[in-house]
Design a protein around this ligand. Structure first.
Ligand SMILES: [Zn+2]
Length: 92
């Protein structure tokens, strides 16, 4: 009878360790619940081609020209870029 109790305890301990391992693997696969708090997704920054400032696309002003989108820190930079583009165009 004592052996059966010991075996049961051992099984519970092993099962707990196993589930802890599974939990860790699952958390790792999801990329969250990392020790030391949830990991933040790195914010991708875009470069303002006029002044060289890095700005988050959500906060930036955008201008699509020639099939590509450019991002600017301010309306001033966008205007500068726009006039530069048209200057290049008129030279040709
Ligand atoms: Zn700028």
């Amino acid at each position: 009878m004592t052996r059966l109790i010991l075996l049961t305890i051992l099984l519970i301990v092993v099962a707990r360790l196993f589930w802890r391992l599974v939990d860790a693997v699952m958390a790792g696969a999801r990329g969250d619940a990392a020790p030391g708090g949830p990991r933040r997704a790195p914010v991708k920054l875009v470069r303002d081609p006029v002044c060289g400032t890095y700005v988050p696309p959500r906060a930036a002003l955008s201008l699509t020209s020639g099939g590509s989108t450019h991002y600017f820190c301010s309306e001033e930079c966008r205007k500068k870029f726009d006039s530069r583009q048209s200057a290049v165009g008129s030279r040709q």
